[in-house]
Design a binder for this molecule. Structure first.
Ligand SMILES: Nc1nc2c(ncn2[C@@H]2O[C@H](COP(=O)(O)OP(=O)(O)OP(=O)(O)O)[C@@H](O)[C@H]2O)c(=O)[nH]1
Ligand SMILES: [Mg+2]
Length: 451
């Protein structure tokens, strides 16, 4: 991080102005070499300075240069921003001059990465910057801004402090068992505190899953045997003849995708090949994809035919989806009932006839119900919203659960402590406090150039 980096921070193309950003120890010195107006090495921090960018004696552009000296800057380093007229030729020429005079071209997200590595923002806040840029709805933006303001980080830090307090109490007890003025920490005393933390983690996790939903939408797979009416269901949901419908089993081979918005939440709907044993190679690949989607989706719409009894394969799928969000759609209700599903004790059953366009509203209501969409809009928008941090939060919760279990099994307190410490480490990882370089590079790689 000793070098000085530069990049064009505004979007490429012609605009009223463009901004070229420079960060690093030598940024002021380097810009001064190509600036004519005043000596930038001598100006005060946080000033805007009028002058020209020159190439030897030739004037390249008339500019305003912002000088921001470390540490009160975005990267905590010396930062210079050159505001020039927004032509492609001038902007690239100025960047070229900076590179010739000692700057290195910044990698995507490198300014934000430096802000993180220099301790100005934590990883959650860094990720939020990207989310602010990418927000497409007002809700998405509120979610990102709350994360950027540090509200989400504070929530995680608070939890971490509570866990650390438990750990330090345990350690004092282990290290100084003879101290009389230290309360003897028995498993029973630790348990209520851990249960409180478990509750808090669970609550954040539920809310965070909603946040992810707002941001990424619900990945919804339509699954079922051939010919049950999966493609007909997709078409009905989209109100469009998107997928081919025929009475030939195995019509859909590849995944057909459509998007639907219910109450401001995006549903990414995937119609799949009917699941059955087949010797056709193309169909086999389709079936394999269907089974994979079954695992990866947030919501499964499992379609059955009202007019036939359950097959062995369908019973197996019922077992598979039990622990997921699912809705069972009994289609073709315009035909005689031959299906016998009552003995399976299933929830979320919707009766439909896609042919007669019946049951659509019930299905939409059920989706709203499962995801609590009616309350989502007004819900507090301070929670984690990306898969990375949610996965870590889940791991943290699992460690607390394991500690609770060990206490209940009367394990010694130093064994219980291992899980509590693990849970704390996971919260640290969310904030990026014990980061791994590959992960950091991976995260910042997705940023735009100049950010
Ligand atoms: N009677 C009746 N027929 C239906 C209904 N829905 C679909 N069908 C018919 O069932 C046949 C199969 O429909 P598709 O939507 O292609 O079924 P699919 O599940 O996508 O089939 P594959 O792509 O082969 O797996 C077509 O002839 C449809 O017209 C319904 O509600 N009632
Ligand atoms: Mg189909």
């Amino acid at each position: 991080m000793d070098d000085t980096i530069a990049a064009i921070s505004t979007s490429s193309g012609v605009g009223a102005i463009s901004i070229i950003r420079v960060s690093g120890k030598n940024s002021i010195k380097i810009v001064n070499k190509i600036f004519k107006g005043k000596n930038l090495n001598k100006v005060n921090s946080h000033t805007i300075n009028y002058g020209h960018i020159i190439d030897k004696k030739k004037i390249i552009d008339e500019v305003l240069v912002n000088i921001m000296k470390a540490p009160k800057t975005f990267t905590k380093e010396n930062v210079v921003e050159i505001n020039c007229h927004g032509g492609v030729a001038t902007t690239t020429k100025i960047l070229e001059l900076l590179l010739l005079n000692g700057c290195r071209l910044a990698e995507p997200g490198e300014f934000t990465k430096r802000a993180f590595l220099n301790g100005r923002i934590d990883l959650l806040e860094a990720e939020a910057i990207m989310d602010v840029i990418n927000s497409k709805t007002e809700q998405n933006l509120s979610l990102a801004i709350n994360q950027l303001n540090g509200e989400v980080s504070n929530m995680i830090k608070n939890l971490k402090h509570k866990i650390l307090k438990i750990i330090s109490n345990i350690e004092v007890n282990i290290d100084y068992p003879e101290y009389e003025d230290i309360e003897v920490l028995t498993n029973e005393k630790v348990l209520p505190n851990l249960i409180k933390i478990e509750k808090e983690l669970e609550e954040i996790l539920t809310k965070s899953n909603n946040g992810k939903l707002l941001k990424e939408g619900i990945k919804t797979a339509i699954i079922g045997k051939p010919n049950v009416g999966k493609s007909s269901l997709l078409n009905l949901l989209l109100d469009e003849e998107k997928a081919i419908v025929t009475d030939i089993e195995g019509t859909t081979r590849d995944i057909v995708e459509g998007k639907l918005i219910i109450d401001g939440i995006l549903l990414n709907i995937l119609d799949t090949a009917g699941i059955r044993k087949t010797s056709n190679k193309v169909e086999q690949i389709g079936v394999k994809k269907s089974l994979e989607l079954l695992e990866q989706s947030d919501l499964i719409l499992f379609v059955l035919n009202n007019n036939t009894s359950l097959t062995k394969e369908e019973k197996q799928i019922l077992e598979k989806i039990k622990n997921k969000n699912y809705i069972i759609i009994i289609n073709k209700c315009d035909l005689d009932k031959k299906i016998n599903i009552e003995s399976f004790n299933l929830k979320n059953i919707i009766y439909m006839s896609t042919l007669k366009k019946e049951g659509l509203q019930e299905l939409k209501d059920k989706i709203k119900d499962i995801y609590n969409l009616n309350n989502l809009n007004s819900a507090d928008l301070t929670y984690l919203s990306n898969s990375r941090s949610i996965a870590l939060l889940k791991e943290s919760l699992n460690s607390i659960k394991s500690a609770i279990k060990n206490i209940k099994n009367n394990m010694p307190i130093d064994i219980v402590e291992i899980d509590i410490k693990e849970s704390c480490l996971k919260l640290n990882e969310i904030l990026g406090e014990n980061y791994n370089e590959n992960l950091i590079n991976e995260i910042f790689k997705n940023f735009c150039l100049g950010k």
